[in-house]
Every structure is written in structure tokens, then in C-alpha cells.
Design a protein around this ligand. Structure first.
Ligand code: SAH
Length: 352
């Protein structure tokens, strides 16, 4: 079995996901790393993540921000606070800020559009939004205001599992694939991705997820382990479906590396982060290993310290007690320690 992207059909992807021979896995890492080097180079772009609100209307079975979780204190950042973070990112030479939140309609269409306009007017930053499933009109207004990219993970391509862990809102179907296509039509760079190891997620469905990354021609692909949160239904085992144990994909580090490496092979010029969730399950060198197995992006947390702990999508998030200033030094060191360089400029997708 070759690790070349050519002929990496769903069956071959599935075989790699089940591969456990260390020598063969080395060949997968090497192929992903070489593909990464050839298509996106040695630059690692830093995207400053600003978690602007933890209010959420959704009831996702996996996420600590779900509306029903009464154990977190809710917050919304002010426009001024967000602008200060954006200026910090620019001063430090980062090319992009990512504004992320729960699905919070308290963040009005116009208010977000104003913030996007101000960031674009006052800085040279690329602006990425990750605000959940908003109506097409909102997406169009924010694109008009200057937003460059949008992140919306489809989480799993298994319809039944998706519906179970991500209930719709009354009268509104949740169709993240359709929304990704709308974003692409509006001219956004579109990012998506999955969690690995969701209870009820099969090997075969993860092979389908990777195939779908290619089918959607994604500009960005985020892949992280599912991390159980005790204040959620999935976290307490309540929603766990029946599945033969040999079908269940583990949410461990090795499986995340496999998915990252395969995503790189099927989408050679996509921007792929080495995620904070991965760094959370291996604090020693998870980030570096992700970067050496296909990833080329890191998303340091720019959220002010007083809000960080409250944005608890999963527990014990890596770096939650660090300031952005500390992350900056630490991440640069980690990137340089593996012979890579911190990227400059917005670092958008360059098709190869
Ligand atoms: N409200 C936005 C942003 C959500 S947070 C949205 O729904 O798109 C960003 C990502 O965190 C989610 O897409 C999901 O993949 C991930 N996430 C949420 N809960 C998680 C958990 N328990 N473990 C690991 N990742 C999680």
C-alpha cells in the first residue's frame, strides 16, 4: 500500500485508519510531511483566536457551551476589547484573527459587520469568522463588510450520528454542508473539519469524512480529538449509541495524526491547523507532531485571560492559563525547534 495521494480512495483511506504497523505509519507521516512541504512550504502561519462570546442557543451533545449548561458563566466581549486583541495580533506580526463564539444571536448582524469593518480598516489582518450556523443574509453582510474566511466544522459526515449529537433548532434544519457551499459561493475561504473519537463514530464514517474534505475542496481543515465534557450528555455517556467496539474510532493522539496526514494527502494545498485539542491530549509535543504529520497552521489563543476559562468547549484546554504574550514565545520556540519558520502575511490558501 502506497501513501501517495493518487488512488487514495475511500477503501485505501479506511485501510490507513486501521493500520497499526509502526514502519508503515512512518511512511504515511513521511508522505504527509513531504506533501505539506511541497505544497504549502515550511512556513507555519499563526491565527490569533479571539473567543468573543460563550452564549449559545444550541444543544450540542458534546460541547460545554450548550445552552443547557448552567455551570458556566456567560460573557460577551465588547467591540473595544476585540479591537485591542486584533491590534495585538498585528503588532506581533500575526496575519489573521479568528472571531469565534457559540451560536449567539446577541451578536447582531450589524454589530459583527461593524467589527469586521473596523479590523479591516485599522489593520492589514485577514478576518476569519467562526460563529456557528447563521442565516445566509448574515454571511453575505459579513462578507460585504470584508470578512475573508469562515470556519464551520461538519463534525461528522455520518448523518444519523450528526443529528444525534447536534440537534436542530425548531423549524430549522442543520445542514452544514449546504452552508459551506453558500460560504464558497459568497467568496469566503471555507474551512471545515471534524472531531475524532465521537462516541458512535465508526472507522468507515471517518474514511467518509476524509473523502468529503476532498469533495468539498476545502480551504482549511481542522481536526481534533473529541474530548469528553462532564457537563454534556455525551460526556456522561447518556447519548452513547450501540456500536460494536471494533467499529468505534478512538479519540487518541495516533488516530488524530492519521486523519491529519490523510487530510493533507487528499487536500495537498489546504491550510491544516495542529489544533489546541490535540495539544490538550499531548501537552509535551502534540503540536509539533501535528506539524510534522501534515499540519501547517497554529491558532494561538488571544482571548483576554478573564474570559478564557469560561470558553470551556471541553475541559482542561491546553494553554488556558497563559497570556497571549506567553503563547507567542512558546509557539515560536516550538515551531523553530522542528526546523520550521513562523509565516508572515495573511497566509490564505494558495492553490497549487
Ligand atoms: N459555535 C461554533 C464554534 C464552536 S467551537 C460552531 O459550532 O461552529 C469549535 C469547535 O470545537 C467545534 O466545531 C467542535 O468541533 C469543537 N468542539 C466542541 N466540543 C468539543 C469537545 N467536547 N471535544 C473536542 N472538540 C470540541
Amino acid at each position: 500500500m502506497s501513501a501517495a495521494a493518487e488512488g487514495l480512495d475511500r477503501a485505501a483511506i479506511l485501510a490507513w485508519l486501521r493500520e497499526d504497523d509502526p514502519a508503515r505509519l512512518e511512511s504515511l507521516w513521511a508522505a504527509a510531511d513531504e506533501t505539506r512541504r511541497r505544497h504549502v512550504g515550511d512556513e507555519v502561519h499563526l491565527r490569533g483566536l479571539i473567543e468573543i462570546s460563550n452564549y449559545c442557543v444550541r444543544a450540542c451533545g458534546y460541547c460545554g457551551l450548550r445552552a443547557q449548561n448552567r455551570e458556566i458563566e456567560r460573557y460577551r466581549m465588547s467591540a473595544e476589547e476585540i479591537l485591542v486583541c486584533a491590534h495585538d495580533a498585528e503588532d506581533w506580526g500575526w496575519g489573521t484573527v479568528v472571531l469565534q463564539s457559540g451560536e449567539d444571536y446577541g451578536l447582531s448582524t450589524g454589530w459583527i459587520a461593524d467589527i469586521v469593518r473596523r479590523i479591516k480598516a485599522e489593520t492589514d489582518l485577514a478576518v476569519t469568522l467562526s460563529l456557528g450556523e447563521r442565516p445566509d443574509e448574515d454571511l453575505a453582510a459579513w462578507r460585504e463588510a470584508g470578512a475573508d474566511r469562515y470556519l464551520l466544522r461538519f463534525e461528522t459526515s455520518d448523518d444519523e450520528l450528526y443529528r444525534r449529537i447536534h440537534p436542530g433548532l425548531p423549524g430549522r434544519l442543520s445542514d452544514r454542508i449546504a452552508m459551506l457551499r453558500t460560504l464558497q459561493g459568497l467568496g469566503y475561504e471555507a474551512g471545515s473539519g471534524i472531531m475524532v473519537g465521537i462516541p458512535g463514530q465508526s472507522y468507515d464514517s471517518v474514511a467518509g469524512d476524509i473523502d468529503l474534505f476532498r469533495g468539498l475542496d476545502l480551504d482549511m481543515i481542522g481536526i481534533g480529538p473529541y474530548i469528553s465534557h462532564p457537563s454534556t450528555p455525551l460526556g456522561v455517556g447518556g447519548w452513547t449509541p450501540e456500536m460494536p467496539p471494533e467499529e468505534q474510532v478512538p479519540g487518541d493522539e495516533l488516530m488524530v495524526y492519521k486523519v491529519v496526514a490523510l487530510a493533507r494527502l487528499v487536500c495537498p494545498d489546504a491550510n491544516i491547523p495542529s489544533t489546541t485539542a490535540l495539544a490538550t491530549i499531548n501537552r509535551v509535543d502534540g503540536r509539533e507532531q501535528g506539524l510534522q504529520r501534515g499540519a501547517n497552521i497554529v491558532m494561538p489563543n488571544l482571548t483576554p485571560p478573564e474570559y478564557r476559562e469560561k470558553y470551556e468547549i471541553y475541559p482542561d484546554k491546553a494553554c488556558v492559563n497563559e497570556t497571549a504574550e506567553m503563547c507567542r514565545g512558546c509557539l515560536t520556540g516550538r515551531i523553530e525547534s522542528i526546523g520550521r519558520v513562523v509565516g508572515t502575511g495573511p497566509g490564505g490558501r494558495r492553490r497549487t
